[in-house]
Design a protein around this ligand. Structure first.
Ligand code: COS
Length: 384
């Protein structure tokens, strides 16, 4: 749903200009230093990029899903690390509070997240629990007006930068599975919370992950999201439904960027006395990429509109994440191939993007988990 085309276009134009004029020229610097310059972060704040999906009453832009995915298409035309910094505040780091938080939790945390004054992170994955998220072992034991958290969370995006964490922990030591899991808002300075060292990753330099460790960490009972025990896994899944659509949009934008670069290279690079873009085998790679990007873009827009209309889009979000992330991987591979030897050299963006986009098929649910969600939902619907 687009509320006002003209207002959206103004936002999209300013983001697109910011991407072209500020972010793209700084991609290499961020890759080399593993840091986004603070001046750029400040500009991101001014543009409102930290509060895209947070309700207006809390200082955000309250974009509809369709508006948000269109913004994600634009912002993904540059290094995924830039998107990653704003990604958690708009997605998994804030949406638990937006969707299921109490009025007090929303009023206290959302304005800070929307302004980018604080960064939020989402702590679900553990050393022993990745795809099987419901098997997580971090425990939260009630002690008066507090819960005592113990456990380790792994690969937590933006943890080194985060001021608050949405933490999924087990509040019922006896009950197995999803029904014993509750979601907490945990502030970084809470005694007993510590961070591991920053992970060395394949790509996305400038975006950071690390372990978050809880050792007898005392969290106020008022920080249980929604004030209710036992529904934290559902909160996490609802957050991921939206997150998966957002990531699918990011895959589309990144693929568009890689294809632009490959096309430009193919039109400039001369071999056998002509630009390689004139060769039909190169054209096949360009055309397949174009068609697949178009398909993914159409899917993402359709699912976003469905969500805006109030439909449950668990199946569609997984379809989009599965198709768009796999598509993005194929486009990355073709982009390197079209660049030939140059595609293997770090000077060209193709090499960096090839590594950066590999993550899209893994985080917020692997392609295999998306397949499982889709098929399970199909079977459930057929049994009704
Ligand atoms: N929205 C709301 N509720 C949902 C839901 C959704 N999208 N998906 C599941 N639930 C509910 C189920 O309805 C069920 O509730 P009831 O017991 O009341 O029926 C509960 O949550 C448990 O669901 P389910 O039985 O499907 O859980 P499973 O343990 O079988 O696992 C998968 C579900 C595999 C889909 C889940 O663990 C998953 O998504 N794993 C991947 C995790 C992931 O994406 N990690 C990335 C790291 S975070 S960046």
């Amino acid at each position: 749903m687009i509320r006002d085309e003209e207002t959206l276009n103004i936002l999209l134009d300013s983001i697109s200009r910011f991407v072209r004029e500020v972010l793209v020229p700084n991609e290499q610097l961020v890759a080399e230093t593993d840091e986004i310059p603070p001046a750029i972060v400040a500009q991101m704040r001014e543009l409102g990029l930290f509060g895209l999906s947070i309700p207006e009453q809390y200082g955000g832009l309250q974009l509809t899903m369709e508006e948000e995915v269109r913004v994600a298409f634009e912002i993904a035309h540059t290094s995924p690390a830039f998107r990653s910094l704003i990604g958690t505040n708009n997605g998994i780091g804030s949406q638990g509070i937006v969707i299921d938080g109490t009025a007090e939790q929303k009023e206290y945390y959302l304005p800070k997240l929307a302004a980018g004054d604080i960064i939020g992170a989402f702590a679900l994955t553990e050393p022993g629990s990745g795809s099987d998220a419901a098997s997580l072992r971090t425990s939260a034991v009630r002690d008066g007006d507090f819960y005592i958290l113990n456990g380790t969370k792994r690969y937590i995006t933006n943890a080194p930068e985060a001021s608050i964490f949405t933490v999924m922990a087990r509040t019922d030591p006896v009950k197995r599975g999803a029904g014993a899991i509750s979601a907490f808002i945990v502030e970084k300075d809470t005694p007993g919370l510590s961070l591991g060292k920053i992970d060395k990753k394949m790509g996305q330099r400038g975006a950071h992950t690390c372990d978050v460790v809880f050792e007898n960490c005392r969290v106020p009972a008022a920080n249980v999201i929604g004030g209710k025990e036992g529904v934290g896994f559902k909160t996490a899944m609802k957050v991921l439904d939206k997150g998966r659509l957002h990531i699918a949009a990011v895959c589309v934008g990144a693929a568009e960027r890689m294809l632009d670069d490959a096309l430009r290279y193919a039109m400039e690079r001369q071999q056998f006395g002509q630009p390689i873009a004139e060769f039909q085998l190169i054209q096949a790679m360009l055309a397949d990429s174009k068609a697949e990007i178009y398909a993914a873009r159409s899917m993402v827009l359709d699912a976003a509109r469905m969500r805006d209309n109030g439909n449950d889009v668990s199946t569609e979000a997984s379809c989009c994440k599965l198709f768009a992330s796999e598509m993005c991987g194929r486009v990355a591979d073709r982009s390197v191939q079209i660049h030939g030897g140059a595609g293997y050299i770090a000077e060209y963006a193709a090499e960096r993007f090839y590594r950066d986009v590999r993550l899209f098929r893994i985080y917020e649910g692997t392609s295999q988990i998306q397949q499982i969600v889709i098929a399970r939902n199909m079977i459930k619907a057929a049994q009704k």
